[in-house]
Design a protein. Structure first.
Length: 101
């Protein structure tokens, strides 16, 4: 049974109406990027070993390309936007700490 859910494309950051589970050959209707890929997965993490928090997952070299990973779970939100917001928040806190005044 597939359920339509709003998610974001890792490449263009546009909201998508995708059906879960996402098929291996599904593409973003806006930019044509693969949807069943590491960069759209909830387990994807840049700092983790093989950039994946799932220890049993096989290594995937091209993180933005479609793959056969059985552990794929479409991520909530966008990794790039969250990372940018976290960095901006940390920078603001650091600047306020050293603010002269």
């Amino acid at each position: 049974m597939s359920v339509p859910i709003k998610k974001r494309c890792h490449a263009c950051q546009k909201f998508l109406d995708v059906k879960i589970p996402v098929g291996r050959q599904e593409l973003c209707p806006f930019c044509g990027s693969d949807l069943h890929c590491c960069r759209n997965c909830a387990f994807y993490a840049k700092g983790a070993y093989n950039e994946c928090r799932e220890p049993q997952a096989e290594r995937v070299l091209e993180k933005g390309r479609s793959n056969f990973c059985d552990f794929f779970a479409f991520r909530e939100g966008s990794p790039d936007l969250k990372e940018t917001a976290d960095k901006a928040s940390a920078r603001m806190k650091l600047e306020s700490l050293f603010k002269k005044g």
